[in-house]
Design a protein around this ligand. Structure first.
Ligand code: WTA
Length: 658
């Protein structure tokens, strides 16, 4: 680990931890009807393979597995020898079980249009899409890139890939053409699925224009284009195909093929500690098993009864696992909303909860803090009595936000599940069971039945209650990543080298046990920032900054932010005349530049022009000290700096410019 990161961690969570003693047991009535009971922990502990077999049995397999787990660290194979079709599990089998008329998706468009899609509709749409993709040359093992807004076609596309045994690589709609291009190139994708435009805060914004830029000169043979906003689009004959033509005219039936349990399902790129995003690879049987299992027990989901809503975007792992695969494998009825939470007004989410009688609501702490800012009067105007379980994901939740969620949204009636997991873990790992766990505001509590996690010190030794360290996963789990696309060495190096001796998976998060042994997540301990629950690496933003001609050097840190968890703060050394007048013009240009290079989510909150950066004698930037500056703290120990006067220069310079 970099010297600069040793003292990192989320200070607000730490201070909350020392004072937090509240604990909320599940209401008796809720506990009595819950899907999972306390016995599940022991059952899973005493016979892990048997436990996971039972969970896998909830799916439809065309061929039963021979062995539950083959573990040649760090490579796992789950349900070895088993065969299944993931898309069949998410659509057809519910229709065959007589639930074709059950609503799969209540889709709510940002401008107010809506669609209701039953499981029979889903089966038909996925079949048509699979036929259209096959017609475009997509088959088993091929890669399909998808950049779409939150529209049902995104779900159809992902499941159509799964049906064909092709891997999807979904790229968040807010990523720049450059970011999309890098992902297309790394995966050597054959087809891109996109749309003419997307709605952003009430206005249509172009999409295809950007994706065209990304596609140029890559392996993409066809671009399949959904018409969403009626925006004029540039068109390349022979390459571009309208969705309504290709899918519209395709046959409504498609016979799903069975694939090996370990057949790749998708690649999803996520930020690591270097500038190059990692293509996280997930496979079929184990991923679907744990996704369906966790969706069932953590949300206490009741098929045909619950109305479920996960507010994530399909471009992130939460959208993959808890909008597409988990809920649809469980035959859920769910809401998918296209737009932003304040379009056209700040009560939009609560209006939707009220309209569809949502019973399970899963969101990000950042959004809860935003709702708090907008005021409690807004949710108070709506009937939220349908809610039963509330969930959070993506970043540590501060106790104030947790309590607000509990009181103002859950009316002190709904259990809250704070769920810790990662793109790499595929599905939830540490979370309460809502009918079992007495929850504490701000803690993800303990590893789920069948999952094993530990907090260890520098040497890999487990720490005791009341102590902190690094979060590790010490036993393989079904939905674990199977590698980094095309780079097994990086996979081993990134996750398995830190505690190689013990064979632990290093999550990159700091964590602490409280006096009762509950786990509190404390934020990343590496160079990954968490902005509104989105992972962005400091080096990625630094590379974007130095690619601008005015920048000589740059250092980026994540500074704590009241709403977004962390905010991006950049320190830059400008070249020559760019620094004149405090570099104001340059700063504006740089913010736009980063937004164009990576996407608006990576735009620095603050850019400070400095003359020097604090470095160790070996030339490493000491981000810890910059974080002190960015968070307005007294600057810590500077004794390892090559030139200890640098920090004076930075802090005085800042006072001058403020
Ligand atoms: C953070 C999102 C605290 C953590 C599913 C992790 C959390 C990273 C929580 C993964 C939580 C996620 N409490 N921190 N409940 N959930 N994180 O890959 O730092 O986008 O390593 O997956 O988010 O982010 P990713």
């Amino acid at each position: 680990m970099a010297e600069s990161e040793k003292s990192s961690g989320n200070s607000s969570a730490l201070s909350a931890l020392s004072t937090e003693s509240r604990s909320f047991p599940p209401p008796a009535e809720f506990a009595a009807q819950a899907n999972a009971t306390a016995e599940w922990y022991e059952r899973a502990e005493s016979d892990r393979d048997g436990f996971w077999s039972e969970q896998a049995d909830r799916l439809h397999w065309t061929k039963k597995w021979d062995t539950v787990l083959e573990w040649e660290a760090p490579f796992a194979k789950w349900f070895v020898g088993g065969e299944l079709n993931v898309a069949y599990n998410c659509a057809d089998r519910h229709v065959e079980a007589g639930n074709g008329d059950r609503v799969a998706i209540y889709w709510e468009g940002e401008p107010g249009d809506s669609r209701t899609i039953t499981y029979a509709d889903l089966q038909r749409e996925v079949s048509k899409t699979a036929n259209a993709l096959a017609e475009l040359g997509v088959g088993k093992g091929d890669r399909v890139a998808i950049q779409l807004p939150m529209i049902p076609e995104a779900v159809f596309s992902m499941l159509a890939c799964a049906r064909l045994g092709a891997l999807h690589s979904v790229v968040f709609g807010g990523f720049s053409p450059g970011a999309l291009k890098a992902r297309i190139e790394d995966a050597e994708a054959k087809v891109l699925i996109t749309s003419d435009g997307q709605y952003r805060r009430g206005k249509p914004a172009p999409m295809k224009e950007n994706t065209d830029e990304a596609v140029a000169g890559t392996t993409i043979e066809h671009v399949l284009v959904v018409k969403r906003t009626e925006t004029d689009v540039p068109w390349t004959e022979g390459r571009d195909v309208w969705w309504h033509d290709a899918v519209g005219s395709a046959s409504e039936t498609h016979t799903p093929e069975s694939f090996d349990s370990e057949h790749p399902l998708f690649i999803l790129y996520t930020s690591g500690t270097t500038g190059k995003p990692k293509g996280i690879l997930h496979t079929s049987g184990g991923y679907l098993t744990q996704s369906a299992y966790t969706h069932n027990v953590v949300f206490d989901h009741k098929p045909g009864e619950s109305v479920y809503w996960c507010t994530a975007d399909i471009g992130w792992v939460t959208g993959h696992t808890y909008i597409v695969y988990g809920p649809l494998a469980n035959g859920a009825t769910q809401v998918i909303y296209e737009g932003t939470p304040n379009t056209p007004h700040e009560g939009r989410h609560w209006e939707i909860v009220d309209k569809y009688k949502v019973s399970i609501y899963y969101t990000a702490p950042t959004l809860i803090r935003t709702f708090m800012k907008w005021g409690e009067d807004i949710p108070a105007k709506y009937d939220l009595s349908s809610l039963k379980v509330l969930g959070t994901v993506g970043e540590p939740i501060n106790p104030e936000a947790w309590m607000w969620f509990r009181e103002k949204i859950g009316k002190e009636r709904c259990p809250i599940v704070d769920t810790w997991w990662q793109t790499e873990t595929g599905s939830q790992m540490i979370a309460p069971l809502p009918g079992v766990t007495a929850t504490k505001p701000g803690s993800a509590m303990r590893a789920l039945p069948g999952i094993s996690a530990a907090v260890v010190d520098d040497t890999g030794t487990p720490v005791g209650n009341g102590e902190g360290g690094y979060l590790v996963l010490d036993k393989p789990w079904p939905s674990m990543l199977r590698g980094i696309w095309g780079d097994n060495e990086r996979y081993k190096e990134t996750y398995w080298s830190r505690f190689a001796e013990q064979g632990y998976y290093f999550a990159g998060d700091g964590a602490k046990y409280d006096e009762d042994g509950a786990i509190w997540l404390l934020g990343r301990v590496d160079d990954v920032m968490n902005i509104s629950g989105h992972r962005i690496s400091t080096t990625e933003v630094e590379s974007a900054l130095v690619s601008h001609p005015t920048v000589a050097e740059a250092a980026v840190v994540g500074a704590s932010d009241e709403t977004t968890g962390q905010g991006i703060v950049a320190f830059v050394i400008l070249r020559g005349s760019a620094a004149k007048d405090g570099g104001e013009e340059a700063i504006k240009a740089l913010r736009d530049h980063v937004s164009k290079e990576i996407g608006p989510i990576a735009k620095p909150r603050q850019i400070m022009v400095v003359e020097e950066l604090p470095k160790t004698r070996s030339g490493k930037i000491m981000r810890r000290l910059l974080r002190d500056v960015a968070e307005n703290r007294e600057v810590g120990d500077v004794s390892t700096l090559a030139d200890s006067s640098v920090m004076d220069l930075i802090t005085t310079g800042m006072k001058d410019s403020s």
